[in-house]
Write a protein that binds this ligand. Structure first.
Ligand SMILES: *Cc1c(COP(=O)(O)O)cnc(C)c1O
Length: 478
């Protein structure tokens, strides 16, 4: 590692990226701005040719190689956006690229990289194993290793995002929010912004369960996390880079950590404003922006988030859509024990009062009580959760608030409605509200029984069902 820091301002200004990258638009998120009372800008890196900013750094690195190095070819290890960036950059530069991917990589991602003409090697169970193989192959074959973030040329290439941003927006800018994985994008942008407009706050955003920069800043040096959450796969990095950390510890003003629900909510916000679906890492910075904005005392700040990528698998959209509601504090999830006897469900509905139920699961237990899981729409945000819990326990129910519990939420989403043995065959029922259909195929079949699954559609539309409870109460009072 070099002792002196490279001159990143100069390196960014002299970067070669525009042979492959576009100057991405800076768009106003007008709906979101109106809602949160601040001026929200999005730097649209999702519109790059490979749907992420990664090709900037990859191209700048590869363009900086000597002709002999380029002729020998490059190697990268990645199952994601970096692989596509390197493969596209290599094609443009007429250079051979070898991409090592973990053997578990979905074929859709393998095919996307292969389409750019890269040679693909599937090796190793996860990223770490693939990286070890990749480094060995690079040495054996004399290929230049293109790091996804920890290389000054890569950092400088990513820094061109900030160069464009400051050119596109010369006016007031209070803070820029940048997603952090290994820190290449954040280091390049922070170095550039602080060199020219040091008054702009540069804020790094990480998922709570993959916060390697936050950990390093607290420890004063890079630390290796034992384990990182994989939901935000674009930033699931266990250790911040050495080059990137040098820049970041000097230039990052603040860190914001966000959870999965907040990220899903930010994906929805971007969809509402642009009709584009970002990947989780792509919406990470906006989720941080929203959390940060909540603690600002005055409205009217100008805040910019990098929308860093849009490589999302179609089959994850359902999960994201469901979690977005919780992230917006539009829904709470409770577990409640109710007596296993006729009329107890109606009693529970009365205790709940006139609220919209978004999800409902009933589980028979052999003892005297049944466990129900219920999703309830919130009208006034997170504070209302405590009120509902108090209301139910006041009515004598044992209540647990599962809104922040990952496992319980999966359970509610995918667990059964009820179970009964009919003619010696066990059957599982699930209740489905019209308008909120769930696939029976998502039900777990874990306990060794051959279960039959029956979706039971409740006859009433959900609002009418619960409005009925209110009418009932009204009549009683008369
Ligand atoms: C790689 C990536 C990041 C994180 O970038 P780093 O330079 O590793 O910090 C964020 N978002 C997307 C979409 C990415 O592909």
């Amino acid at each position: 590692m070099p002792d002196s820091m490279p001159d990143y301002l100069r390196a960014v200004l002299t970067s070669r990226v525009y042979e492959v990258a576009i100057e991405s638009p800076l768009t106003v998120a007008s709906r979101l701005s109106r809602r949160i009372g601040h001026h929200v800008l999005l730097k649209r890196e999702d519109l790059q040719p490979v749907f992420s900013f990664k090709l900037r750094g990859a191209y700048n690195k590869m363009a900086s190689l000597t002709p002999a190095e380029r002729a020998a070819g490059v190697l990268a290890v990645s199952a994601g956006n970096h692989a596509q960036g390197v493969a596209l950059a290599a094609r443009e530069l007429g250079c051979r690229a070898t991409i090592v991917m973990p053997s578990t990589t979905p074929s859709i991602k393998v095919d996307a990289v292969a389409a750019y003409g890269a040679e693909i090697i599937l090796e190793g169970d996860g990223y770490d194993a693939a990286a070890a193989v990749g480094k060995r192959i690079a040495v054996e074959r004399g290929l230049t290793f293109v790091h996804p973030y920890d290389d000054p040329a890569v950092i400088a290439g990513q820094g061109t995002v900030a160069m464009e941003l400051l050119r596109q927006h010369a006016g007031r800018l209070d803070a820029v929010f940048i997603p952090v994985g290994g820190g290449g994008l954040a280091a390049g942008m922070a170095a550039y912004i602080k060199a020219l407009r040091p008054e702009i706050k540069v804020i790094g955003v990480e998922p709570i369960d993959a916060a390697c920069l936050d950990a390093a800043l607290k420890a004063g040096e890079p630390v290796t996390l034992d384990q990182v959450g994989l939901f935000v796969d674009g930033v699931a990095v266990k250790r911040i880079g050495d080059h990137t950390f040098k820049v970041l510890k000097q230039h990052i003003d603040e860190m914001v950590l966000v959870n999965t629900d907040e990220i899903c909510a930010a994906i929805k916000d971007v969809f509402d404003d642009t009709r584009v679906v970002l990947e989780p890492a792509g919406a990470l910075a906006l989720a941080g922006l929203k959390r940060y904005a909540e603690q600002l005392t005055h409205p009217g700040a100008t805040l910019c988030a990098v929308a860093s990528g849009a490589n999302v698998n179609f089959d994850r959209l359902r999960h994201i859509a469901e979690r977005a509601e919780i992230g917006e504090a539009l829904e709470a999830v409770f577990g409640v024990a109710i007596p296993e006897q006729p009329g107890s469900f109606l009693g529970f509905c009365r205790a709940l009062g006139p609220r919209s139920v978004t999800e409902f699961n009933y589980r028979y237990t052999p003892d005297a009580s049944a466990q129900i899981y219920v999703g309830i729409a919130l009208r006034r945000g997170a504070a209302e959760r405590a009120e509902i819990a108090a209301q139910l326990s006041g009515a004598g129910y044992a209540v647990s608030d599962y809104t922040d519990n990952e496992l319980a939420k999966l359970h509610v989403r995918h667990m059964v409605g009820g179970r009964a043995a009919i003619n010696g065959r066990e059957r599982v029922y699930r209740f489905e509200f019209p308008g909120a259909p769930r696939r029976a195929a998502a039900l777990p079949r874990t306990d060794g029984h051959a279960l039959e699954h029956h979706a039971v559609s409740l006859p009433q539309p959900r609002r009418r069902l619960w409005a009925g409870v209110r009418r009932h109460r009204g009549r009683r009072r008369q």
